[in-house]
Design a protein around this ligand. Sequence first.
Ligand SMILES: *Cc1c(COP(=O)(O)O)cnc(C)c1O
Length: 376
Amino acid sequence: MIPYGRHIIDDEDIAEVVKVLKSDWLTTGPAVKQFENAVAAYTGAKEAVAVSNGTAALHAVMHALGIKEGDEVIVPPITFAASANCVVYTGGTPVFADVEEDTLLLDPKEVEKKITPATKAVIAVDYAGQTCDYDRLREVCQKHEIVLVGDCCHAIGARDEHGRTAGTIADISVFSFHPVKHITTGEGGMVLTDDADLAHKIRTFRNHGINLDASARSQKCTWIYEMQELGFNYRITDIQCALGISQLKKLDLFLKSRRALASQYDEFFAYTPEIDPLMTKCGVEHAYHLYVVRIPAEKREKVFERMREKGIGVNVHYIPVHYHPYYRQTFATSEGFCPVAEAAYERLLTLPLHPAMNADDVNFIAKKLIEALKES
Ligand SMILES: *Cc1c(COP(=O)(O)O)cnc(C)c1O
């Protein structure tokens, strides 16, 4: 089976991990800071805080922003559930705003319609790997004095039409290093911001709400620490960070390969009316976490089955978050909340795309998709 996404680990990565395993610090050691500094340097963010996964990063952001019961946070429905779950963790209410039809990115006009006096933040998701319309989202947020958060888990290495890097455009942003993402630490995540105060809150939150971690206490030669507030153990290990540092060195190569494969798909589908790839916005450097096409809704299930039978790991990203039973039961969401997202969902299909694939794989998958559509 050709999976829709997967990691690439080489001997260099393994050697870096082994070095840490033989060192004094397996967690809260120097590799964590080095990984944070490397991602900050790569993106241009002032502050980077590494945590145990992307979901923990989102939770930490909601905590640092003070989201609590009674607060509303606007999120798109075409995303992984974690983008909305993080709001619920701190007692807030996720409010779903619809997406733009051509890109499935959060629609600033729909965001504005959903703003109420209780709205505290907007979480924009760089779906599939291209940056949202942050200029227009920023306008809406500034007008209503709310915070703009970037869920950039799909977009490390992307740039918007002004050349700004994903992860630095919103007030505060997150990455994930899950194995299907561009670079991996097994599990891992990071928060990026230019706001030192928010970064400090997140560093404390990932360490139980304690102001000094073990290595800081060891340096200061003291046993004393204070728990200032309730936090979690959301730390990432040095073992994971060593892998992350090594993977980051290859990110540009991975991106180059993803972009080449995606443009090969694009060419293939340019004259196939039944296959409608997502639009890439003009001037954006897409990171292509996912290659998503839309096919006729009535054929989607058949095509999905046929592709899987042929060993092609197609997938669907995503079931609209507000469709999940948890959200229906807890927040009384239902069909009709986000018509554009809901109509798109019926037609979505994710094709395999990752740097371990080559041009022959793309040819094979594209041909099989055209065949499957004919047969369905
Ligand atoms: C992967 C992902 C997350 C969660 O990251 P984990 O590291 O798996 O916790 C959140 N949001 C989006 C959009 C993602 O793709």
